[in-house]
Ligand binder design. Structure first.
Ligand SMILES: [Zn+2]
Length: 86
């Protein structure tokens, strides 16, 4: 017996709603907190009113939201294992 795509999607959405309701970032899973600042310094960090509003929409803390929305660096180095710690 396997889950249909529809069932899987429902489960996924239920999880996302619950995580968001509990104040957890959907990406890093860290409880979000608000601390006014000029930029995100750690996972779970929301530093502006815009970030607070964004969390309610996307469920991402502002730190993660910046990571996923910022354009990649102009150079090509990020394609060579840039996500791994060296
Ligand atoms: Zn996050």
């Amino acid at each position: 017996m396997s889950m249909s795509d529809w069932e899987f999607e429902q489960l996924e959405r239920a999880y996302e709603r619950r995580a968001s309701a509990e104040g957890l970032c959907l990406k890093c899973g860290v409880p979000v907190y608000f601390q006014g600042w000029t930029h995100g310094v750690a996972e779970g960090h929301i530093y502006s009113d815009a970030g607070l509003a964004e969390f309610k929409i996307s469920g991402f803390c502002e730190y993660c939201f910046d990571l996923v929305t910022l354009p990649p660096e102009e150079d090509e180095y990020v394609d060579h294992g840039g996500w791994e710690d060296h």
